[in-house]
Design a binder for this molecule. Structure first.
Ligand SMILES: CSC[C@H]1O[C@H](OP(=O)(O)O)[C@H](O)[C@@H]1O
Ligand SMILES: Nc1ncnc2[nH]cnc12
Length: 294
């Protein structure tokens, strides 16, 4: 990879609860992509928006059959990588943990606290060990574009905030919700980890637009979160999310140099297993996501 390299971005969109399709794509085609880690949540929707190549994946599958703990996060990210995706925008429904982030508000997340316990969190394993940096887990370059486009559209948006990732599928107890508030978290959801970690391992830039749908269960003046309230708020907000996607894709899709945040070089110094100690079967799987450094 040279500093003068020109990247022709391919934009990946991962749609969460309430976002199972993307409007306005041209040359649309749903295609099955099989990965060394199995099948992703659904077929991927390939298309172009203002000439920019995009790939959309409904995170839970069309019709929402897959719960957060059963998502094949590795297959979802590997399918994006195998489709040439360079930049992912994750669109996620979240609960608010702060008074000043009401339903309808957008948060461009910049940190995670990962409380998930049941998920496969790495492409790497015995036979090829890698330790990437997650100090800044989201791509600030994409964050800048999301912030600028949200402001241009007049959306209520906050730049920065910590997303607490819980295992689910049950919503939090009130004690948990208050604990996460005391930690200073901004929003709560169930899906963005290990999605973000795996994108970083695959050297794909990744950023999240968290769409606030409820006040979880801590707010005395608001009802406790239910699926009904999440879906209702998302229906009211899907036009905003779609307008943002339409603005962000052409802005992100222009030819550019390497990522200024360095996400596309995340594996540069991450591998520790000596070549002679590597497992050939694992290496052959890893080629699709880490071929650049293997
Ligand atoms: C339907 S409410 C809970 C559900 O919504 C969020 O999903 P996503 O991040 O895919 O929008 C949350 O994380 C839960 O999976
Ligand atoms: N309150 C909440 N907790 C977890 N995930 C959510 N997704 C939307 N609202 C949520």
């Amino acid at each position: 990879m040279s500093q003068n390299e020109v990247v022709e971005p391919v934009i990946g969109l991962i749609g969460g609860s309430g976002l199972y399709d993307i409007d306005g794509l041209e040359e649309k085609e749903w295609r099955t992509v099989e990965t060394p880690w199995g099948l992703p949540s659904d077929q991927l929707l390939f298309g172009r928006l203002e000439g920019v190549r995009c790939v959309f994946l409904p995170r839970h599958g069309r019709g929402h059959p897959i719960p957060p703990s059963r998502l094949n996060y590795r297959a979802n990210i590997a399918a994006m990588k195998m489709s040439g995706v360079t930049d992912i925008v994750s669109l996620s429904a979240v609960g608010s943990l702060k008074e000043e982030l009401p339903p309808g508000h957008l948060v461009i997340v910049d940190q995670f606290i990962d409380r998930t316990i049941w998920r496969e969190k790495s492409f790497f394993d015995t036979g090829c060990v890698a330790h990437i940096s997650m100090a800044d887990p989201l791509c600030a370059r994409i964050g800048d574009v999301l912030e600028a486009q949200s402001n241009a559209l007049g959306l209520d948006v906050t730049r920065g905030g910590t997303y607490l990732v819980m295992e689910g599928p049950q919503f939090s107890t009130r004690a948990e919700s208050n604990l996460y508030r005391s930690w200073g978290c901004s929003v709560i959801g169930m899906t963005n980890m290990p999605e973000a970690t795996l994108a970083r391992e695959a050297e794909i830039c990744y950023a999240t637009v968290a769409m606030v749908t409820d006040y979880d269960c801590w707010h005395e003046d608001h009802d406790n979160v239910t699926v009904e309230s999440v879906v209702k708020t998302m229906q009211g907000n899907s036009a905003k999310a779609k307008a943002l996607v339409k603005a962000v894709i052409p802005a992100l899709g222009q030819p550019r140099s390497l990522c200024s945040a360095g996400c596309d070089r995340a594996l540069e110094y991450a591998l520790i297993t000596a070549p002679e100690a590597r497992d050939p079967a694992l290496i052959s799987k890893l080629k699709v996501i880490a071929g650049r450094v293997l």
